[in-house]
Design a protein around this ligand. Sequence first.
Ligand code: HEC
Ligand code: HEC
Length: 291
Amino acid sequence: MPNRMTLPLSAIAGAALLFVNVQTASANNVEEGAYLTAAAGCKACHTATEEGATPFAGGHALKTPFGVFYTPNITPDIQHGIGAWSDSDFLDALKRGIRPDGSHYFPSFPYTSYTKMTDEDALKIFAYLKSLSPIAEPNKEHDVSAPFSWRWVQSFWKILFFDEGEYLAPSGATDAVKRGGYLTNALGHCGECHTVRNAMGGFDNDLHFGGSGKEDPAGNVPNITPHASGIGDWSKGDLISFFETGMKPNFDDVQGEMAEVISEGTSKLTPEDRDAMAEYLLSLKPVQKPE
Ligand code: HEC
Ligand code: HEC
């Protein structure tokens, strides 16, 4: 009799313990996902700029030389958001630029950088997004003219300019440089603004992080390689305090889109991660900023 009692009881206790472990693991994923989401700057793009707009509910207008793209709702609403998505739907979107219906995303969604994330980190971001309240906000149509509005054209763009695959650190990189390279390339998508593009919107990888010139549609974005036309005279400490506070070595405050990268992103990182990003930028090949 006692034996018949103890077996089921221990089984129940075991199951309960497993349940608790699973709960803790998913709580950790949500917490780590929140950190990664900040490092990846998802909120700035997926929140409308109007006062009181709900975070992650989309509607943010992105002006590009090809027209205006409106970001979609990425809250877990079943109808209007990504509430019905599976893990593989999410990985296909973020790392391959593929929609659940098999068509292509436009590269105004920086999947070109997010492809460099590990699946593990991408799924933590997904866990965090799923923990948010669902918002029933319909998506806005993009205001982009043909042929740039044709999703099928994107398959050619991808063949030319999209390199799928996780981040590979330069050989011989220190742990800090590896971490910094991952944070800036895979998560921070710093190159989406700081690397010049050709007329078709593909990156010029020889000028990685070299900024863009005045005539460039992206505007005059600074060179963030250690070149005289870039951050050649910034110390590591200068970079770290810039990432933390937005103050430049000449005491100017950061302006424009970079201000958001700092307030929503780099200022929320751990000191170790800011340190790693600074180490990485200073380890880059110096390139001349385009005129
Ligand atoms: C530079 C702006 C920008 C950033 C940063 C950005 N996105 Fe997006 N995202 C977009 C745009 C634009 C689209 C729509 C592209 C299209 O319609 O082809 C999109 C689409 C998506 C979709 C597809 C939604 C759907 O309904 O099909 C998901 C999911 C998504 N983004 C998640 C994220 C996550 C997670 C992050 C951060 C890791 C992120 N985005 C960062 C601009 C951005
Ligand atoms: C949405 C576009 C955008 C993204 C993404 C972006 N930046 Fe910037 N960044 C800018 C612009 C624009 C400026 C110029 C701001 C100013 O002059 O105040 C700037 C300025 C800077 C500066 C100061 C350079 C100088 O000479 O004044 C550094 C350093 C920098 N960014 C690093 C980064 C890093 C690292 C990332 C990724 C975590 C990043 N940026 C992501 C647009 C961006």
